[in-house]
Design a protein around this ligand. Structure first.
Ligand SMILES: NC(=O)C1=CN([C@@H]2O[C@H](COP(=O)(O)OP(=O)(O)OC[C@H]3O[C@@H](n4cnc5c(N)ncnc54)[C@H](O)[C@@H]3O)[C@@H](O)[C@H]2O)C=CC1
Ligand SMILES: O=C(O)[C@@H]1CCC=N1
Length: 280
């Protein structure tokens, strides 16, 4: 954490958008007691039941009026789908204060577009966290526009450091980060689905197959974190010549596993660029 990475407990956060990523961020922020729930405001387009659910679960304020949301917030977080971002931002024109920090988690959409839609030249931080925010293990790419002060960059960094780790990057790296770590949890869950399903299909109880899968993924992630070995060497240490792992890996190779994963990350990054490019 940099010496400027601070966020006051008194900071008021306003979320515009109340979906999956906001729920994950709220869980992480509140678990860490970064900000009191009474100082967090959440609004969406029209789903009142969803806002009530978040208010009941987290004790945050459901806010039906966007003008009130912006006025009551020190930091405004944009968290709607890219296709909804132009209208959502335009609806805030004249409401966002010139020096009010706006943080976007929207995939693909540039800070220049957001400025244009909001009709301001003010401070915008564009980020790409992931849903592991809920357990404090997001990794967030973060990029600031020219108007963001040191103090605001520190506040944004502190917010995301409370729910994981942060990399400050250039804006064009964010699309790659989106394909790798923004979407990344879904690739791992997909792998987990397959591993668990295979264990169950082969005769284990579903519950035991789940536990074995989770512990295997957790252990491998911890090894990747703590070992000085490269992933390829860690893989080799599991693989006895002519043994079971080699037999399994040969099947993965026959399906071009590495090619599939590489292509998935690159395609997701490309999709982030496409989502943003339609507005450039
Ligand atoms: N789900 C994820 O894993 C991640 C999502 N993101 C980004 O976060 C954004 C939201 O994603 P999710 O939470 O998954 O979507 P979601 O579909 O679960 O939630 C979207 C929210 O935006 C609201 N919304 C739509 N139009 C609006 C408007 N005009 N004004 C106010 N609110 C409006 C909806 O009511 C809903 O609450 C997307 O841009 C996505 O790229 C970023 C990182 C990870
Ligand atoms: O699927 C999406 O578009 C968003 C961005 C990263 C994760 N979910």
């Amino acid at each position: 954490m940099s010496e400027h990475s601070t966020l006051s407990f008194d900071t008021r956060l306003g979320f515009l958008g109340a979906g999956s990523i906001v729920e994950a961020m709220l869980a992480g922020i509140l678990k860490n007691e970064l900000i009191a729930p009474e100082r967090i405001f959440v609004a969406n387009r029209s789903d009142q039941a969803r806002l009530r659910h978040l208010a009941e679960t987290f004790g945050v304020n459901a806010c039906e009026d966007k003008a009130a949301l912006v006025e009551q917030s020190d930091i405004l977080i944009l968290a709607m789908k890219p296709k909804d971002a132009p209208d959502a931002c335009r609806s805030l024109r004249g409401l966002v204060r010139p020096d009010q920090l706006v943080i976007s988690v929207v995939a693909g959409v540039s800070t220049a577009c957001i400025s244009d839609w909001l009709g301001t030249n003010g401070p915008i931080v564009r980020t790409m966290p992931n849903t592991s925010s809920a357990v404090g293990l997001s990794v967030t790419g973060l990029s600031a526009n020219h108007a963001v002060s040191e103090q605001q960059l520190g506040a944004a960094t502190a917010l995301f450091e409370a729910i994981g780790s942060v990399h400050i990057v250039s804006e064009d790296e964010l699309d790659i980060i989106t394909g790798l770590s923004g979407s990344g949890p879904a690739y791992v869950y997909y792998l987990a689905e397959a591993m668990e399903g295979a264990g169950a299909k082969a005769g284990l109880s579903r519950e035991m197959a789940r536990q074995l899968t989770v512990q295997t993924l957790l252990g491998a992630a911890q090894m990747l974190l703590h070992s000085s070995d490269e992933p390829a060497l860690l893989r080799k240490k599991v693989t006895s010549p002519g043994g079971t792992t080699q037999a399994g890996l040969e099947v993965l190779d026959s399906y071009r596993f590495q090619h599939a994963v590489t292509s998935a990350v690159l395609r997701a990054a490309e999709r982030a660029r496409e989502l943003g490019a339609q507005y450039r």
